[in-house]
Design a protein around this ligand. Structure first.
Ligand SMILES: *[C@@H]1O[C@H](CO)[C@@H](O)[C@H](O)[C@H]1NC(C)=O
Length: 441
């Protein structure tokens, strides 16, 4: 363990900087705003005693920001204390600032939770037909929103929702902790997200979103508590964050089968950098809902402990969608079920109307500088006969098995590409054909 820590530290020091010594960051993707107009939730009757319901205070404070329209926007200050509330909507040109010791906590009374329409790219709720419960903190059609502070907490108290999922008593799809829909210029930083009912942070149909210095926590057995799911969104930058949840840490998506294909909105130009965490599922995930397409994704400097699958690209027949130009580099993982997995038989369908001829395409995937210890299987890459994965190129990969246990060899089918310096030696499909890898290999 100590050796692992030293190795990780060295690895991070070596990898943190550009040639000039400056860390590469998301800066510049969203303009930073300093707001001179400031209000406090206390001015609107907010009480941080952990018992008083503060829905009215949040709604009135945000109504004030929306209608007074102060130049440069308004900062809503949440002082230390525990503010219980029902779900609420944000507005444009605002900063939600959680002071040190501030907690915004979701009510556990789920009976009156508001319902909203399903996403057009999903056609229905992700887990149940029909509408879906509104996310705890919701933003629709917004611009210039910042959620930040001094590491305050947004707590979804998701336990009641996980139990409904386990007992199969959910009527509609569970709420995300935070969703921005059709929004742009969003910054989420220096906040702790805890116990989301469902996915934690869900930007959908968004552009220009920065998520940095966040901590996202949910128990390893909490169902579908994905960390960050950029969905049919572009120019998203995620960095310097710790995520430990019950499902994928980061999963890039773009809609579900025939609904996602007809909505046709890809996820693209997304950077994921210096993310650390653990999960029984994927570290860096793409999919499985990728019907609008996914391209130009860069994930780098990723550190994973006790992880199901380090790097997981997943789709399905009926999804359609092209997944291309994916680069994953400088990944370190300890104790993983699988290092790298790329498959096209994952996940369910929204209904029986999906088109079985809508085959997904995966091409131009670069994975380089990956090291792992206690990895049960280094790689599993299974393409489709009628849509083989193309130009999958692996460089400098060392994924070691558990000492003393039987090592599971690479498994591949219907894939072409190549490999350089990959240990253990990958499947023959990737050994024989480095020539198909393009120059940036
Ligand atoms: C919050 O936003 C949703 C989605 O736009 C909307 O359906 C709902 O009425 C809004 N709620 C309030 C209290 O404004």
């Amino acid at each position: 363990m100590r050796l692992a820590c030293i190795t990780v530290t060295l690895f991070l020091i070596l990898k943190c900087c550009t040639a000039s010594g400056e860390a590469v960051t998301c800066t510049g993707i969203v303009p930073m705003r300093y707001r001179t107009d400031k209000i406090s939730i206390a001015d609107f009757g907010g009480v941080g005693d952990g018992r008083t319901l503060n829905t009215k205070a949040f709604n009135e404070a945000i109504y004030r920001i929306k209608h007074l329209r102060r130049r440069g926007g308004t900062l809503l200050y949440i002082p230390a204390g525990v503010y219980l509330t029902e779900s609420f909507n944000l507005t444009s040109r605002m900063t939600l600032f959680l002071a040190k010791g501030a907690v915004i906590k979701a009510t556990q009374k789920t009976a009156n939770w508001p319902l909203i329409a399903p996403l057009p790219s999903y056609g229905r709720g992700r887990e149940r037909p029909g509408g879906r419960y509104m996310s705890f903190i919701h933003g629709e059609g917004l611009h210039d929103v910042i959620i930040t502070g001094e590491k305050g907490t947004i707590d979804g108290q998701g336990g009641v929702w996980w139990d409904m999922w386990r007992k199969r008593t959910l009527r509609f799809t569970r709420p995300n902790l935070i969703e921005f829909k059709d929004s742009r210029n969003i910054i989420i930083s220096n906040v702790i997200f805890k116990n989301s009912p469902f996915w934690n942070i869900h930007p959908v149909y968004c552009s220009n979103v920065v998520i940095q210095h966040v901590t996202i926590l949910a128990p390893p057995d909490s169902p579908n508590t994905d960390g960050i799911d950029p969905d049919s969104s572009s120019h998203i930058c995620i960095e310097d964050s710790y995520i430990s949840t019950g499902d994928d840490l980061v999963a890039v998506k773009s809609g579900w089968d025939e609904y996602g294909i007809s909505y046709g909105r890809p996820s693209h130009d997304i950077t994921i950098r210096r993310v650390t965490g653990s999960s029984r599922f994927a570290g860096i995930g793409i999919g499985s809902e990728t019907s609008g397409g996914v391209y130009n994704i860069l994930a780098e400097d990723i550190t994973l402990y006790n992880i199901g699958v380090g790097i997981h690209i997943k789709t399905n027949i009926g999804r359609g969608g092209i997944i291309r130009n994916i680069t994953v580099s400088d990944v370190y993982m300890v104790n993983a079920r699988k290092g790298i997995k790329i498959t096209a038989d994952v996940g369910d369908h929204p209904d029986n109307n999906y088109n079985p001829n809508a085959l997904p395409v995966i091409k131009h995937v670069r994975i380089r500088n990956v090291r792992g210890e206690k990895v049960q299987q280094a790689g599993l890459i299974k393409g489709l006969k009628n849509s083989p994965f193309m130009d999958i190129c692996l460089t400098n990969i060392n994924l070691h098995g558990t000492i003393g246990s039987r090592y599971v060899a690479w498994q591949c089918s219907d894939v072409n590409g190549g490999s350089i310096q990959v240990k253990p030696s990958p499947c023959s499909e990737l050994i024989r054909s480095t020539g198909t890898c393009s120059s940036q290999f």
